[in-house]
Design a protein around this ligand. Structure first.
Ligand code: NAP
Length: 553
């Protein structure tokens, strides 16, 4: 019974290291890792030990005997990654661990202390990597009272399995040497210079918090917006609760066909009673219950072979939703099938070829994937009434009637005060995570490499940065902080008395889970004062505990 990786694969590679026979690929040291849509288990080499199952943070791996009907397709998908062979392979040797950080040298001036800015996956994987070594201290600063970045505010609410990675992050937050400073904004409550005075190094893992803008006429009319704002809105991000979302039109057009576009299309066409069993925000659920949307068109400028969504997400979508193609687009799929040689892209095309026909009458809200549509302009006076595209590579203009246009053309990094910024790539220029011309400052995640990859892609990305940070520390390039460790706590509390610590986050977490009752994983707080009030119910440390932690500082 070989094991099989399924839809929610996060690509963090933990399974690769756990596997005793090196049968999961691509591994983080192989060239295809950074661009792989998921990882694959070799069914011939798998010895069925289940080590990968316990290592996977998102529950994506199952023995093939435990797959449900909708997951059967992943058996072939895992196998198709490997060449066809006869007979059982002998187990291969275990991979050498990739880029382990060098051992931290002990110094008289105190332990290596690092400030991590941000608390999403890249930040948490960086903290984990640093804390593999005894004595190291990591202070994680997050501007919201709740941690974990896009896992909380970006992963779609109907993808609860993916959100399970928060259990791993909670474990990391509980490691000795880890301190949360939540509800503290670097650049507002404390400056980079102040962090540098209290730490050996500052590591920014702040992601890509805005989105790329589509520069065509009419963007800005009422009814236009971005998919990333919509994702934040239905995930209950406190800065997006008042987003004006009007779902009174029958058609929504999404520009771009990456996984974010599929997430938004899926949520807009899911039965609200199904969503009511997730942690979708209450305000989004109320609006979705009044929705009149019947069709979401996901429009890509290139052809089917170049679809930006991944195969596991396409498979997941077609299992649960009605997804259709026009006759013209079916013809494009057939055309691409005659020329496409990449077996993984062929798999995607084969799924597309089986989709229904868009000319059929609409029974329930559905998703239409559309190709070779280059955005031209939004139509309408005050409010969106339609969208014009040209057929890519031609002057032929096509119009779609719609009341809402959402662009989904990628996230974008934001300049950080006091750091250099590459405006074209929207990243902080860096060499393996070392920020150019700024000694002692490092980056990891999307602000380091751009907005690509999955949650787990940040593990190897953060490991590379930590490797270089520790090497710099050992080489004597990171001077000891000028301030005593205990001064940091005083500084932060003076600037932001409402700082939330790990106990405060646990109290918020428990209160949200309790509010969710029996039917929902949680009911999120969406207003910061409510989060802070919940955090304040955390048991305060006793005088003895405070004295002890003071002694440890
Ligand atoms: P993405 O995958 O980079 O897709 C961007 C889309 O926008 C592409 O279709 C691209 O088309 C299109 N585009 C860019 N500029 C355009 C323009 N000027 N006009 C028209 N179309 C344009 O971005 P994303 O969907 O925001 O996802 C970001 C990352 O998060 C990806 O790595 C994604 O896989 C990941 N993610 C994963 C999941 C999951 O695993 N479930 C969920 C959400 C996000 P071209 O290809 O033609 O440039």
């Amino acid at each position: 019974m070989p094991h099989v990786i399924t839809q929610s694969c996060c690509s963090d590679g933990s399974c690769v290291y756990a596997c005793p026979v090196n049968c999961i690929h691509p591994s983080p040291d192989e060239p295809g890792f950074a661009t792989a849509e998921m990882l694959y288990i070799d069914p011939v080499a798998c010895v069925d030990c289940g080590a990968c199952v316990s290592a996977c943070p998102v529950g994506a791996i199952l023995p093939d005997s435990k797959l449900d009907e909708s997951q059967q397709v992943f058996v072939e998908l895992n196998a198709a990654f490997y060449p066809k062979r006869e007979g059982k392979l002998p187990p291969t040797s275990k991979l050498a661990p990739v880029a382990d950080a060098p051992a931290v040298h002990r110094r008289a001036g105190g332990p290596l202390t690092v400030a991590v800015v941000g608390s999403g996956p890249a930040a948490m994987y960086a903290a984990d990597e640093l804390l593999t070594q005894q004595g190291v201290r990591v202070n994680v600063f997050e501007k919201l009272p709740t941690p974990y970045g896009l896992v909380r505010a970006g992963v779609a609410p109907d993808h609860q399995t993916t959100k399970r990675v928060t259990a791993l992050f909670d474990r990391i937050a509980g490691l000795r040497g880890f301190t949360f400073y939540l509800n503290v904004e670097v650049g507002r409550h404390v400056t980079l210079a102040e962090l540098a005075e209290h730490h050996h190094a500052v590591l920014y893992a702040v992601g890509a918090p805005t989105d790329r803008r589509l520069d065509v006429d009419g963007m800005g009319l009422t009814g236009t917006g971005t998919a990333t704002e919509m994702v934040a809105w239905f995930n209950g991000h406190p800065e997006f609760t008042d987003l004006p979302v009007d779902l009174s039109a029958e058609r929504v057009v999404l520009v771009g066909n990456g996984n974010v576009a599929l997430d938004v299309a899926r949520i807009l066409t899911t039965d609200p009673d199904v969503l009511a069993r997730t942690d979708v925000s209450d305000h989004a659920l109320a609006t979705l219950r009044t929705s009149r949307v019947q069709e979401v068109v996901v429009a890509a400028r290139r052809g089917p072979s170049a679809s930006a969504f991944t195969l596991p997400e396409l498979i997941g979508l077609t299992n649960t939703h009605e997804v259709v193609l026009s006759a013209d687009d079916h013809a494009l799929v057939q055309q691409d099938l005659t020329t496409e040689s990449n077996p993984l892209t062929r798999n995607k095309l084969e799924v597309l070829a089986k989709l229904g026909d868009a000319s059929a009458p609409i029974g329930r809200p559905r998703i239409r994937l559309a190709y070779r549509m280059t955005p031209l302009r939004v139509l309408g006076d005050d409010h969106v009434e339609g969208f014009e595209f040209t057929v890519t590579g031609t002057d032929e203009v096509r119009e779609l009637a719609t009341g809402m246009v959402l662009t989904s053309i990628g996230y974008r990094g934001k300049p950080i005060r006091d750091l250099p910024f590459d405006d074209a790539a929207a990243i902080v220029p860096n060499d393996g995570g070392r920020v150019a011309e700024t000694p002692g400052v490092y980056v990891a995640g999307w602000i380091k490499r751009g907005p690509t990859g999955f949650i787990g892609t940040n593990k190897s990305c953060a490991a590379e940065t930590v490797h270089n940070l520790v090497a710099d520390y050992n080489a004597g390039l990171l001077p000891d902080p000028s301030e005593r460790p205990s001064a940091l706590d005083r500084l932060v509390r003076a600037r932001q008395p409402a700082v939330v610590d790990a106990a405060g986050w646990k109290a918020i977490d428990a209160a949200e889970i309790a509010r969710g009752g029996a039917d929902r994983p949680r009911d999120k707080f969406t207003a910061i004062p409510d989060m802070i009030a919940a955090a304040a119910t955390a048991p305060t440390p006793s005088l003895g505990q405070r004295l002890l932690s003071g002694l440890r500082l």
